[in-house]
Structure formats: structure tokens, C-alpha cells
Design a protein. Structure first.
Lengths: 263, 308
């Protein structure tokens, strides 16, 4: 009997479907039942506390469905022969997009990850960086994947910061360079390094003089005297997270989405 | 049973909704704190210096008091797009819309108001100017995503130096997916900079249900599964933190009629004590404690100030 109890598992999960029941002597059964109830109540209290401190809302079922369809489209695309790096880039962008929804309840894009009070957003960010790794293995010239990956990992990894800076300093000065410069400034800002933040916000302004993001960053640091008036009302920094910027890939993704919807 | 090993596997599934900068004014010669005192009947008036106990760096200060009951205001309004609020919490958006309208109706000719929409990107709808605005709710609609932290950070820079009562009023649910300024940085700015924050929001409904059961060898269940649930309304904790740091308040639109709550908010804003004292020496963070000798009274004041 001891061996039996040592392998007892208390499972907490949604609902209680039909399961095979094990009959126990009455006194032991009562104790087990009591433990189940105590545990459930403890976990409910933990969740209540966690939600009170962290929860900001949840996606509607319709929005969850949209993300689900995008996920299916990407998975199907990855299985196509000769798909190359594009679906991996698209997958990374989708996960990058989801990673921004911090403190919002939704479902995990990758199924099979049961999470308790864990932060889906953090997991999505990790998964996004891995998707960009995979895309870059196939095509090391994917600047968008480099920039997005470096932004995600830049808060913790020096190599990633160097990569972000390299993209920001790229002489061609593409929109991705601009995004990298703002992101680098934001990381420095968040880490309490105002001198570096000013440097990178200034770089962003050099690339995009009407940048709202860089101007706000400088204003927050108290070094920017500029007004909010006349700034870019469609600043890419605020709109890019959920859109693939690499030419052609977004359109190819939407084609796959259409197929999923029709199916 | 004492050797019972409980291995917890948790799978939660939700089934419901769940210079010229406005630096805080502290020179080496004078600290000036805006303070509100309320009890369950509203503002507590008629208090003098002897009624306050003010501590700075843990030492009691000798203070001067200036009371005002119906003071004009300098306000910068930040509104998160209502569509973005609805993206994560439709019930919040339904409460926020009428309260924004009510707010705009309370602005008087003697008040100065600036308006920023916390969209992506944030936009200045009106620079600080006297008088009620002619702005419709349509100005506060647009997009699923929002950048309220950037909008609030930027709003802090809209306040000119002034002895007028200043407040940053933000209608937001604190769900921010785009800002350059992260929440911790914003909270630090709130601690260092200018006006009191008044944060208007609505509670969100949280409903999570899960079951617990015991399993034996081979996955066979033991006993009767138990359903446990968490249900209730919660108010964003982040907003409470910002209010606390700045000597401001949160307005929970779940507490009653939005029109009444906004009217009470303006009464709170227009009634204040200004406490002045010579600060103790020392650079860095000066924690401040303000108490009054009135039973049941609540004092709202900044947590402290920073001397660079």
C-alpha cells in the first residue's frame, strides 16, 4: 500500500471527464479526497492573487481564432517542399507579435504546453527567437530575422546587443535599421543607461527625423525639447510587430491563410 | 499516508473572461507637497500646520500649510484608444467611454487642458490651453493596439512650471503592447516627476475554472474530482502603483455611476493642501510621510522626492 501511495499523483486540470476509479478503504479515501479539495482551494487562491497583480485582460474568442488560423497557415507552409526560410520568418513574426501581449490571457500558440500562472508572452518570445534562428540557418541574409531576434535577446545577451547595433548602424539605413536603433535605445533606457539610450534614439532620428518613438524616448529622458506635434502618425516602430516586413513574405503568408480558411 | 508524495501537474484552462521640465519641485531651500485629506464624507477642510505630521528622511519637519478649496487646474489628459481597451477587455471599454465624455464636460474656462491619445503611435490632440475642449469621442477611437506608457511619459513633459494644481489624468487599462518606455521606467519617472496621477479604469472580470483529482498507478483516478474556480473583478494593480507613487488616486469605474465618480474626482482635484518646508540635507531619494490628527482621515501625498 505504501508503494501505491508513493506514486499517487494529484492532478489539477480542467473539468473532470470520465476516468477509471480506484476504490480505497473508506478512511484513506476520505484523506485523499480532503487533500484534493485542499490543494484545489490553495491553487485557486494562488491564481486569484496572481491574477489580481498581473491580469490585464484576455483576447476574445474571435481574436484567439485569428491567431490559431495564422498558426495553422504557418505550420502548413513549413511542410511545403522547398519552402525555405520564409515560413520560419513568418512563424517568428507571429510569435513575436504574440509575445507583446503581456498579462493578457489567451491560449498558447504551440499546443501541448500546459501552463499554470506562467506567462505565455515570455514563452512566445523564446519561441520566436528560435524560429528566427532556424530561418537564419537557411538564409543568413534575412535582416528582419536578425533584427527581431536581437531585439528579443538583447535585454540579456551581449551578442544580441552587438547584432542590434550592427543592424542599426547599417549604412543602407533601411527601415529595419531604424527599428533596430529605437529598440537599442529602448533597451538602454530600460536598463537605466541614459547616455546610450540618447545615442541610439539620436541614431533613430538621423534615420527617420519625424520618428515619434525616438522623440518620446528622448522626451522621457528629459533631453528632447521637441514637441509631439508634426511627428510621424504612422511610425513603423508602433506598427511593425505583427507584420512581416521582408518583401513578399507577408503576401505569401496571407495566401496560406486563405487556404486554411477555405479548408 | 505521511509518505504520500504529491506531484502536482497543473493545467489551467480559462472558461470565461477573465528645467522647463516638470521635475518635482524640491530645491535645497524648499519642498512643496500637494496633499489631499479625505474621510468618508469627502474632503477634510480647515486643517492647520499643527494638524499635520510630516516626516522627511524619517525626521519630523516644521511645515507651512496653504489650503485651497476650488482651485483651477492644469490637466494633461491621456486616453488609450477605446478600441484598444476593447481588444483585451470589452467590459472596460463600455465603462470608459461615458467617463471620458463626463471628464471633458467638467473642464472649465479657468482650467488648462492638454490631450494625448495613447494610440500607436501616441498623438497630441491638443497642447495645454485654457478652456473646455471641443473634442468628440471619435478622437479616442482607432486600432487594437495602444501605447499608453509612451503617451503618459510624453504627457509628463507637457506641464510647464506652475503653482497651479497639476494632474495627469489617464483613462487606460494599462495593457500596453508597443511602447518604447516600459512600465518600470514609467514608474520610476512617476516617482521623480511632477504632477499627481489620476488613473481612471474599470475592473476586468476574471473567471478561471479547473479541476483537481488524485491519480494512482496507471493513471487511475482516486476519489471524486473537485472543481475549483476563481471568479471576480480585479482592478489593474499597475495603475494603483502609479497613483501611489505620485500622491494621486485611481478611479475605479466599477464602483458606481461614472458621472458621479468623475465629479468626485474633480472635487478631489480642486481641493488640496500645499505643504512647504525646508528639506533636510542629503542627495538622492527622500521618503516622505504625511499624517493628520483626524480619526478616519486618509492622506494622499507623494511617496517622496529625488534630489539630484
Amino acid at each position: 500500500m505504501r508503494a501505491f501511495f508513493s506514486s499517487l499523483v494529484v492532478v489539477i486540470m480542467l473539468g473532470a471527464g470520465a476516468r477509471m476509479q480506484v476504490r480505497l478503504p473508506q478512511t484513506q479515501a476520505a484523506k485523499v479526497q480532503s487533500d484534493i479539495e485542499t490543494l484545489a482551494n490553495q491553487k485557486a487562491e494562488e491564481l486569484r492573487t496572481h491574477a489580481g497583480a498581473n491580469r490585464l485582460g484576455r483576447l476574445s474568442l474571435e481574436d484567439e481564432r485569428t491567431f490559431h488560423i495564422l498558426g495553422l497557415a504557418v505550420q502548413a507552409w513549413k511542410k511545403e517542399r522547398g519552402a525555405g526560410s520564409a515560413p520560419l520568418l513568418a512563424e517568428g513574426v507571429l510569435l513575436d507579435c504574440l509575445s507583446r501581449l503581456r498579462a493578457v490571457r489567451g491560449f498558447p500558440l504551440a499546443t501541448g504546453r500546459g501552463m499554470w500562472m506562467g506567462d505565455y508572452a515570455t514563452q512566445h518570445a523564446t519561441d520566436a527567437a528560435r524560429a528566427f534562428d532556424a530561418a537564419l540557418k537557411i538564409d543568413s541574409n534575412l535582416i528582419e530575422a536578425r533584427m527581431r531576434r536581437a531585439r528579443i535577446r538583447g535585454t540579456n545577451e551581449a551578442d544580441a546587443l552587438a547584432e542590434l547595433e550592427a543592424v542599426a548602424n547599417d549604412a543602407a539605413g533601411s527601415p529595419l535599421s531604424y527599428l533596430a536603433a529605437v529598440s537599442r535605445g529602448a533597451i538602454a533606457h530600460g536598463k537605466g543607461d541614459p547616455a546610450s539610450a540618447v545615442h541610439w534614439y539620436d541614431r533613430a532620428l538621423a534615420l527617420h527625423p519625424r520618428s515619434t518613438a525616438a522623440t518620446i524616448g528622448l522626451r522621457a529622458l528629459g533631453t528632447g525639447a521637441r514637441s509631439l506635434e508634426g511627428l510621424d502618425a504612422e511610425d513603423l516602430y508602433y506598427t511593425y510587430p505583427c507584420t512581416v516586413l521582408t518583401p513578399g513574405v507577408q503576401a505569401d503568408l496571407l495566401q496560406r491563410v486563405s487556404k486554411v480558411v477555405l479548408r | 499516508m505521511s509518505r504520500l508524495v504529491l506531484v502536482i501537474l497543473l493545467l489551467l484552462v480559462s472558461v470565461g473572461v477573465v528645467a522647463s521640465q516638470p521635475q518635482f519641485r524640491a530645491s535645497t531651500s524648499l519642498v512643496r507637497l500637494e496633499v489631499s485629506v479625505t474621510d468618508n464624507r469627502g474632503a477634510v477642510l480647515g486643517l492647520g500646520p499643527e494638524d499635520f505630521v510630516v516626516e522627511d528622511l524619517g525626521a519630523r519637519q516644521s511645515v507651512q500649510i496653504d489650503a485651497s478649496v476650488d482651485t483651477p487646474l492644469d490637466l494633461v489628459l491621456v486616453v488609450q484608444p477605446l478600441t484598444a481597451v476593447a481588444y483585451t477587455s470589452p467590459e472596460q471599454a463600455a465603462r470608459l467611454a461615458p467617463s471620458v465624455s463626463s471628464f471633458l464636460q467638467h473642464v472649465e474656462e479657468r482650467d488648462r487642458l492638454g490631450v494625448i491619445v495613447g494610440g500607436t503611435p501616441p498623438t497630441l490632440v491638443r497642447a495645454l490651453a485654457f478652456g473646455p475642449p471641443s473634442i468628440s469621442l471619435e478622437s479616442f477611437v482607432g486600432g487594437e493596439y495602444a501605447a499608453p506608457f509612451d503617451a503618459i511619459a510624453s504627457a509628463l513633459r507637457e506641464f510647464p512650471p506652475s503653482d497651479r494644481r497639476r494632474a495627469l489624468v489617464a483613462f487606460t487599462n494599462a495593457a500596453d503592447f508597443r511602447s518604447v518606455i516600459d512600465f518600470d521606467t514609467l514608474a520610476d519617472m512617476a516617482r521623480r516627476l511632477g504632477p499627481a496621477f489620476v488613473l481612471v479604469s474599470a475592473p476586468i472580470l476574471v473567471q478561471d475554472t479547473f479541476g483537481a483529482q488524485a491519480e494512482g498507478p496507471g493513471g487511475r483516478s482516486i476519489g471524486v474530482p473537485v472543481d475549483a474556480s476563481v471568479s471576480g473583478y480585479i482592478f489593474p494593480a499597475r495603475l494603483q502603483l502609479l497613483a501611489k507613487r505620485t500622491g494621486g488616486i485611481t478611479v475605479n469605474l466599477g464602483d458606481g455611476d461614472p458621472k458621479v465618480l468623475i465629479k468626485d474626482m474633480f472635487t478631489w482635484l480642486r481641493t488640496r493642501y500645499v505643504i512647504s518646508y525646508t528639506p533636510p540635507p542629503g542627495k538622492g531619494w527622500h521618503p516622505v510621510s504625511v499624517k493628520v490628527n483626524r480619526r478616519g482621515a486618509t492622506v494622499t501625498a507623494r511617496e517622496g522626492y529625488f534630489v539630484d
